[in-house]
Design a binder for this molecule. Structure first.
Ligand code: HEC
Length: 120
């Protein structure tokens, strides 16, 4: 029996289609993995600050240090070491005098207030 000349042609075509499908399928699963990785990283960042004092220290260095000094000893702003957490929160919210209001917000503000109150 004579084989149709179309058969090898079709086989190559089918092989090509299957190859394309498997590569794109591989790509899609990889994408899901990459996204998952990103999510895990995000969680880690939040977990880094399980200790509120550590969180507060990071916020302090970011938002307060330039005016209140490395060791809360003061600079362009007054010394604030040992300042009561409630008073600190109030200062952050209201921005007394030339201190800008809202330099920290929400959890960041609470954490930095704890940090200031417990600073030694
Ligand atoms: C741009 C500079 C600046 C930044 C940033 C800043 N402060 Fe101040 N802060 C000041 C100045 C100036 C004062 C004094 C205001 C006054 O009473 O005239 C002050 C006052 C305070 C006081 C005392 C308020 C009082 O009643 O005497 C506290 C507490 C305080 N700041 C905490 C913080 C914390 C916490 C942060 C960061 C989240 C921060 N500050 C960021 C400039 C700054």
């Amino acid at each position: 029996m004579k084989r149709s000349p179309l058969i090898p042609f079709l086989m190559i075509a089918i092989f090509g289609i299957l190859l394309m499908l498997s590569i794109s399928f591989f790509g899609v699963t990889q994408q899901a993995e990459i996204l998952e990785d990103d999510e895990e990283n995000g969680e880690e960042e939040e977990e880094e600050f399980e200790d509120p004092i550590e969180h507060g220290e990071a916020v302090y260095e970011e938002s307060c240090l330039q005016c209140h000094g490395d060791n809360l000893e003061g600079g362009s702003g007054p010394a604030i070491d040992g300042y009561d957490a409630d008073d600190t929160l109030q200062a952050i919210e209201e921005g007394p005098g030339s201190m800008p209001a809202g330099t920290a917000e929400g959890e960041d503000a609470e954490a930095v207030a704890e940090y200031v109150e417990n600073y030694e």
